[in-house]
Write a protein that binds this ligand. Structure first.
Ligand code: CMP
Length: 153
């Protein structure tokens, strides 16, 4: 099982898309193991987006991500990091395939609704930035036997 850090970004919250986006993850049998509504501070943004801080678009990105609340979540599932990235589609909503979250809801490269960790190291680092260990709630879901066979887990 893998865990990945998800942010429903300010555009997602402001556009009242939280429920629709979370439904997609639930329908895919991904388990929510942590979730909170919060404001991202400039300090947290700089840590989260450390690889982008020197890029020309970073000031606008920081202003956007700190400008209104986000929903931070940890999702757990088989191959969760890749599965969620595939569900999101390409970074730029204009280029994301129809049927993906960004392809269906976003027409922007900055306001692309959802962030998801891009690999195991990023996931571990990002989960640690947003959540304490005590906030991570692993649990069994009774529907799992109807979602996949035992030898797939
Ligand atoms: P995310 O997956 O959260 O990772 C970095 C974010 O920076 C990205 O989604 C976009 O919101 C934003 N981003 C990436 N490239 C650009 C760009 N060229 N111009 C503006 N914002 C960008």
């Amino acid at each position: 099982m893998e865990r990945t850090l998800i942010l429903l970004k300010p555009d997602c919250v402001q556009r009242r898309l939280i429920g629709q986006i979370i439904s997609r993850f639930e329908n895919k049998a991904l388990n929510i193991v942590a979730m909170k509504l919060m404001k991202v501070t400039p300090e947290l943004s700089q840590k989260h987006y450390a690889e982008h801080v020197e890029k020309p678009f970073y000031p606008a990105l920081e202003s956007f991500i700190t400008g209104a609340p986000v929903v931070a979540m940890v999702l757990e599932g088989l191959e969760a990091i890749r599965v969620v990235r595939d569900m999101l589609g390409k970074t730029n909503g204009l280029q994301a395939a129809a049927g993906t979250i960004r392809g269906d809801f976003s027409s922007s490269r900055q306001m692309n609704l959802v962030h998801a960790s891009d690999g195991p190291e990023a996931a571990a680092r990002e989960i640690n930035l947003y959540f304490n260990d005590s906030e991570l709630c692993g649990y069994d879901v009774c529907l799992t036997p109807w979602m996949r066979t035992n030898d797939e887990a």
